[in-house]
Design a protein around this ligand. Structure first.
Ligand SMILES: C[S@@+](CC[C@H](N)C(=O)[O-])C[C@H]1O[C@@H](n2cnc3c(N)ncnc32)[C@H](O)[C@@H]1O
Length: 254
């Protein structure tokens, strides 16, 4: 399979081209998520700040973001902790932007989940926000991530259901949780579905606020996509939560 045949590959190339140019999208992100990380996911700065406590102090701290996009979230974490930042993503446009924006104490690589590899015990923290879904073999991928972690290192995952992944019963029945179980990996999980409903409601309002700016830039199609992505919050929470869920998983390598 070549890159362009991968799920959403062309869409992400277009997305990261747009985020590099659009002032409307940057302003939308700041309003919707509290910070502009060029989010194509469901994570605001409140979720990202939960990661900080898993980043140890010290000059030799290395953190990895899987599906890092243009690296802005890693840049934010580096600003707060001075960690060495590593990221990979299959989007060439995203990786070029990351390399340009964050040249210090960093390594950004273009590559696909399942193919790209790192040294054993290289990272104190591996984070993946809304990107584990693209693993061709979830069980093999979580085993691989665990080898990349140092002893006591942490894997932190933001994971949505009802979007790319099917909605399952609860936090223990997701494709990711079942892969952890099959690998004998213990995890802690937090259900943040209610918080996500509120976040998506804010995302819809922020998109509407910037509609005219999207249109003035010739980016009406991205505004339409934001409307489509947030259509789910036009229903009350009870209905939303039957179709969608969001969890944070934390694994500590023993
Ligand atoms: C839903 S976005 C999340 C991006 C970012 N982490 C965030 O929270 O906004 C998924 C990211 O994974 C990347 N991606 C998708 N499939 C991939 C794959 N097979 N290998 C590597 N990266 C992939 C996309 O380019 C995109 O940056």
């Amino acid at each position: 399979m070549n890159d362009s045949e991968l799920l959403f590959y062309n869409e992400y190339e277009q997305f990261y081209k747009m985020t590099g140019e659009s002032k409307a999208f940057a302003a939308f992100c700041r309003d919707a998520f509290g910070q502009d990380f060029s989010q194509d996911g469901f994570s605001d700065v409140k979720q990202i700040d939960r990661i900080l406590k898993y980043i140890p102090d010290g000059p030799d701290t290395h953190i990895l973001d899987i599906g890092c996009g243009n690296g802005k979230m890693l840049g934010y974490l580096q600003e707060r902790t001075n960690a060495f930042i590593h990221g990979f993503d299959y989007s060439g446009n995203a990786i070029l932007a990351a390399q340009k924006a964050f040249p210090n104490r960093s390594e950004f690589r273009q590559g696909r989940i399942g193919e790209i590899d790192y040294h054993a015990e290289q990272f104190d923290l591996v984070v993946s926000m809304d990107s584990m879904y693209f693993a061709p073999d979830m069980e093999a991928f979580v085993r691989q991530i665990l080898t990349w972690l140092k002893k006591d290192g942490v894997l932190f995952v933001g994971y949505q259901e009802g979007d790319v992944m099917p909605k399952t019963e609860n936090v223990k029945t997701t494709v990711l949780a079942e892969a952890f179980d099959r690998c004998g990996i213990r995890y802690e999980a937090e259900d943040i579905t209610r918080e996500t409903y509120d976040l998506l409601s804010g995302k819809r309002l922020a998109a509407l606020k910037h509609q005219k700016n999207f249109e003035a830039e010739g980016n009406r199609e991205w505004f339409d996509l934001l409307m489509l992505q947030t259509d789910c919050v036009t229903e009350p929470f009870e209905q939303f939560s039957r179709k969608m869920a969001r969890y944070i998983y934390v694994v500590r390598k023993g």
